[in-house]
Design a protein around this ligand. Structure first.
Ligand code: NAI
Ligand code: MG
Length: 356
């Protein structure tokens, strides 16, 4: 099959892990006889340096002409003191908004060979296989007004949590769709004891459950969900929630596995142009040192093959290769638990390609 992929490496280790993902995609291309045309576009800090714009028009054009988008990560201290509007993150938020990438999908799976990397007890980690579905283009991060006001001596400030009912409907439906493919159940997370927006969220979840009669639904308050992710992560299957709750809970769930560097994600649009990226950021503390764990990026590429190209066999081949390499005991530094022996980004990538 012929597919065009927009590769947006971004900044810091984003560049290193995107390279790793591209190498694995090339191996898949050869092995399965596909043709992946990967074209690089600028986003974030590197785009600011190039043109003063964190999301150049050319990058948007490249994305729109592609079948799927791969993103490394954006950001770094170099750009932190930029005037408002010129932050690297603006590029990523703008891309999500422009392409209407409303559903962020984050699988959280534990590998028995990595149990020692997790801060949690071994028993708690058994059979953890959950997916967090987070709303990505609305809620508190986009609602207006979001501004300071008041008077001298008593400043005030407001942020707004705003959703249309249809925003909730499409997101919660995406969660139920996923649960039916997995043969699982849905936990809808909200703060319905306090927030009116959460009470509407609960209604929409109930209405959606009426359509998906075979998929059990339960509701959970966000504070309780935060506890359960630590105390019994295996009790979750698909967890669906609004933007800010999802931001926090997905990072919490990430730590269950032991390293942020392991986790992939997908962001779905209604139009079918989806984006794939590792969960981690640009990791300025290790950028440029060939120390990043490329697995989150490589598993994101696998998600791309599965969800955008319907290449289930190819996706599973990557996932199995990763599992096999971890079982063999090789580690990147983040997984080595302070040990002296670990592989570089490029060595780990090579191991995974060999296992393929
Ligand atoms: P981060 O995820 O970049 O790093 C957090 C910690 O995890 C660091 O110690 C880092 O070295 C480590 N780490 C992350 N990914 C790793 C990997 N693949 N292998 C080994 N270790 C890894 O988050 P942080 O430090 O909060 O943010 C750094 C920059 O990244 C900021 O500018 C932030 O805005 C940006 N960021 C961008 C995201 C994106 O592009 N989607 C997401 C999160 C943060
Ligand atoms: Mg976050």
């Amino acid at each position: 099959m012929k597919k065009k992929i927009a590769m947006l490496p971004g900044d810091g280790i984003g560049v290193e892990v995107a390279e790793a993902a591209a190498i694995v995609l090339k191996a898949i291309e050869q092995q399965f006889g596909h043709a992946f045309e990967m074209e690089i576009g600028l986003i974030g800090g590197s785009a600011i340096d190039d043109s003063g714009n964190p999301l150049p028009e050319e990058t948007l054009k490249l994305c729109r002409e592609s079948d799927a988008i791969f993103l490394g990560a954006v950001g770094g201290p170099k750009w932190d003191s930029n005037p408002v509007g010129l932050r690297p993150e603006t590029g990523l938020l703008g891309l999500r908004k422009t392409l209407n990438l409303f559903a962020n999908i984050r699988p959280v799976k534990t590998y028995s060979s990595l149990a020692a990397c997790s801060p949690l007890k071994h028993e708690v980690l058994q059979n953890v296989d959950m997916v967090i579905v987070r709303e990505l283009t609305g809620g508190l991060y986009f609602g207006k007004p979001s501004e300071r006001g008041g008077r001298p001596g008593e400043e005030d400030v407001v942020d707004t949590l705003y959703y249309k009912r249809s925003d909730m409907q499409r997101l919660i439906k995406a969660a139920f769709d996923l649960a039916s493919v997995r043969g699982g159940h849905v936990t809808s997370v909200d703060k319905a004891n306090v927030l009116e927006s959460s009470r509407m969220w609960r209604e929409v979840a109930e209405e959606t459950a009426d359509i998906f009669k075979d998929i059990p639904l339960n509701h959970m308050l966000v504070d309780h969900a935060a506890m359960r992710i630590i105390s019994s992560p295996s009790s979750f299957d698909v967890l669906v929630t609004e933007n800010m709750f999802g931001d926090i809970l997905s990072d919490e769930a990430a730590m269950v596995t032991g390293s942020l560097g392991m986790l992939p994600s997908a962001s779905f649009s209604e139009q079918g142009l989806h984006m794939y990226e590792p969960v981690h950021g640009s990791a300025p503390d290790i950028a440029g040192e060939n120390l990043a764990n490329p697995i989150g990026a490589i598993l994101s590429a696998a998600m791309m093959l599965r969800h955008s190209f319907s290449m289930e066999e190819e996706a599973a081949a990557i996932e199995n290769a990763v599992e096999q390499v971890l079982k063999s005991g090789v580690r990147t530094r983040d997984l080595a638990g302070g040990g002296e022996t670990y592989l570089t980004t490029s060595e780990m990538t090579k191991e995974i390609v060999n296992a393929l």
